[in-house]
Design a protein around this ligand. Sequence first.
Ligand SMILES: [Zn+2]
Length: 330
Amino acid sequence: MAVINHQKPDRMPCFGANCTATYEQMEKVQAFWPKAHEDGEAMARLALASHTILGFDAIRVPFCQTFEARALGANIKPGKLPDNMEGIPGIDHPPAFRIDDTPVFPNDFLFRGHIPELLKAVSIVKKEVGDKVPVIGGIIGPFTLAGSLIDTIPLLKATFKAPDKLRPWLELGEKAGTALAKAIIDAGADIICCEDMTASPELIAPKTYKELELEFQTKQFDAICVPTILHICGKVDPIVKWMAQTRPDILSLDTKTNPKVVREKCGPDIVLLGGVEVATTLFLKGPDEIRKESEQAIADGIQILAPGCAVGPGTPTKNLLTMLEVAKEH
Ligand SMILES: [Zn+2]
């Protein structure tokens, strides 16, 4: 929290803005997927492991990106991985809505799907850690949520063929994410992290972010009264200036984006989180490489050391512990 408030912290913080749950943590705290995606108590137990097992300086819930979409009627597929291991649930085909449908925000949104269990998990975690560790609640950005409802391909086509047809879906996405954020804050969260994966320049034209998403993301962050994190995957250089204009407190960066470039484009005030690549480095390599990548990221301007995206559930604990070791040296 000191870093967010532009004060000098006693040392560099280390935590994940995205999911950091792994099979090894599940074993240690006896809270497994899929139950920990759906049941508030199991969810809380696994979320707490990021602090009790890894020693990370913040605790994030939930572990997937389907809470708002499920509550709005999207079809969800379970998180089965090819080797029959449990992964994170995702959005299934066919999409629940077509772009010409009328988007509706249900009055009982917060009581739908697994949202009550998520709120329960946040309150259990907060009760457990009190003011000692910040709790991060995850929501999904308007653009990504719109894609979860009408499917990504029609969404992407509409960005250049019929952008005005997208606006009501973005409005619904903003409304749903903001409502969830407020409920998560009421349940005890200290920070809100918004993941907007589909708004990455790797999927949409940069000007689409400026012309369509900037407005809705700004509206969302303006309505949230606690510090915020914005995470967009991939190399975000072409849009990062606008990402900063949505006024998050922290930008969570994929390792494809150089923090030096972000600092140049976004000015001195925004806090930069990120550092270690998740798929090849954290999952497959060892402490030496993780140490090297962490040190480089810190030299490039990262202020909160973190995995660059959600970690693979098979990631070894010792690799994640290495990140914390490095942070403690700064
Ligand atoms: Zn990501």
